[in-house]
Design a protein around this ligand. Structure first.
Ligand code: ASP
Length: 338
């Protein structure tokens, strides 16, 4: 019988109502035992739940929490067929992306899921989301970190939260789903990453490097940009317009970026459009950014760009190596240009 490890990190899934609103609660293993089918029935795996000591609303998540979860999977890796991470939806896509970079060469499924309504409520998406994630983690050869929600299996590092109210809270606008759960569980095996030859996990504890996100907007001053780039900033994800363009004619704008790049700040360019990609060679306003040392982020989500920068900076690589690796695909986080 297959065996699945469930890491319960917090999130709405296991929350209880309090006078201040929903808060994480302990004792989830007993609640699950009461609602999940018995192991062995119709592909249902045996399972072990690890309830984290610090159960959080995922709005509280920090890079150290990504490292804790990745290390937990690595420690239990040999003993289980697949892994399910129960997580809050607010920063679920960040955690899924971070895990994909830390668990390089992964050969077993790691499925991150949660719910919009707690398990304890009369009407909830919790049981269905967990069951789908468990059945996929146990029975399918998917060597990837995925996010499973409301019947869709998404690549973890392409997913983003798109709704605070709907049950289909996630999408991966630049990457078709890897699978759907309807009457059948159907996995699009052609879209799943190939099985790697061996695990090569890169579990670097975050060293406190600061990564920021700046979304360009008409009216932003150069002084604002300069303040964002001030030390100790190590990396900046710049959310530019359209195909990767910015106000490069604004006096001081390019100089601020070029100066920070020269100081060692790694600046990555992703588009603020939900769909589409950055091509810094398409417009003069984009190629000027490349000349200022800005690295193109292809069609990465902001979640993937932030966590990839954190990951590469935590490895202690040279800034040039961080820039080089940021622009190279590692685990399906961007689509190659056609
Ligand atoms: N605030 C919650 C969290 O992210 C929302 C959820 O889980 O749906 O932990």
């Amino acid at each position: 019988m297959k065996n699945v490890y469930i890491a319960y990190t917090g999130g709405t899934f296991g929350m209880k109502p309090t006078p201040e609103g929903y808060q994480p609660d302990t004792g989830l293993a007993a609640a699950l035992a009461a609602v999940l089918p018995p192991a062995g029935q119709s592909g249902m795996p045996a399972w072990t739940l690890h309830e984290y000591e610090r159960l959080i609303d995922s709005a509280e998540a920090q890079p150290g929490d990504w490292h804790t979860i990745a290390s937990d999977i690595a420690e239990n890796y040999d003993d289980y067929d697949g892994f399910v991470i129960l997580h809050g939806t607010d920063t679920m896509a960040y955690t899924a992306s971070a895990l994909s970079f830390a668990l390089t060469g992964l050969r077993k499924p790691v499925i991150v899921t949660g719910s919009q309504i707690p398990l304890c409520e009369v009407r909830s998406d919790a049981r269905g989301n967990l069951l789908g994630a468990m059945l996929i983690a146990a029975n399918h050869r998917i060597p990837e970190v995925c996010l499973y929600f409301d019947g869709r299996l998404l690549r973890g590092n392409r997913a983003t939260k798109v709704s605070g109210t709907d049950l289909d809270a996630f999408d991966s606008p630049n990457c078709a789903p890897l699978g759907c759960v309807g009457i059948e569980v159907s996995i699009d095996t052609a879209r799943v990453l190939p099985m790697p030859s061996g695990e090569a996990f890169e579990l670097a504890a975050p060293g406190g490097q600061e990564v920021a996100v700046l979304k360009l907007y008409p009216g932003m001053s150069v002084a604002r940009l300069e303040r964002m780039l001030e030390p100790p900033l190590a990396g900046l994800v710049l959310q530019t317009y359209g195909a990767g363009n910015g106000p490069v004619g604004m006096p001081g704008f390019l100089a601020a970026l070029a100066g920070a790049s020269a100081r060692g700040v790694v600046i990555a360019n992703i588009t603020q459009c939900p769909r589409g990609r950055v091509d810094q060679s398409k417009y003069a306003t984009g190629s000027a950014l490349a000349a200022a040392g800005v690295v193109g982020g292809h069609d990465m989500t902001v979640e993937a760009a932030v966590t990839k920068l954190h990951h590469l900076l935590a490895l202690g690589l040279s800034k040039d190596e961080v820039r080089r690796r940021f622009g190279h695909e590692c685990c399906g986080e961007f689509s190659p240009t056609s």
